[in-house]
Design a protein around this ligand. Sequence first.
Ligand code: ATP
Ligand code: MG
Length: 187
Amino acid sequence: MLGGTFDPVHTGHLVAAVNVRHALDLDQVLLVVANHPWQKTGRRITPAADRLAVVEAAVAGTAGVEASAVEIDRGGESYTAETLEELAQPGRDLFLIVGADVAADLHTWRRPDVVARLATLVVVSRGGSPDVDPGPPWRVKHVRIPALEISSSDLRARAGDGRPLDHLVPLAAIACIRERGLYAGAT
Ligand code: ATP
Ligand code: MG
């Protein structure tokens, strides 16, 4: 799973998903859309159903990458430990994909011991940045991906000023953003 707020999803997320799936030969990567991202306080978050619809549009046609509503269906605040408990099945190996920024912050999570027990952590490192390794009890793999200087925060700022999101966000996802009137001003 690759969890996120995806407000909005962007090409950096997709490049991470596709490359981790390839590097580790995974069956499937789920982009798990947070219902209520409890660590992102102090700003308005786009409704979860809209963020999910944009992720679904973004992944359509990408083999082995899917949007997941598991956290939205569960409701409330989104904790990865609970999501992994829900995804766990006998014979299924779980991997938790995170960027280096998130890997440095795992100790702030709810029940990190459960997360470490249920999933192998996959840290995607970009460009020449050093590998972040949280150490035991985490089981860690590193996958290097092309550094794409794209963030949802910057995309929201761009949309606010009327600058284009095209190709930073897949075109089908932009069409969905427009249909739903999200990120006012998104071209
Ligand atoms: P925000 O700017 O609002 O924090 P974001 O672009 O970081 O948004 P998130 O939804 O917070 O997106 O991130 C979900 C996951 O994707 C995190 O593990 C994050 O490290 C990773 N990620 C974010 N941007 C990139 C990128 N450009 N390349 C690879 N991974 C990324
Ligand atoms: Mg982020």
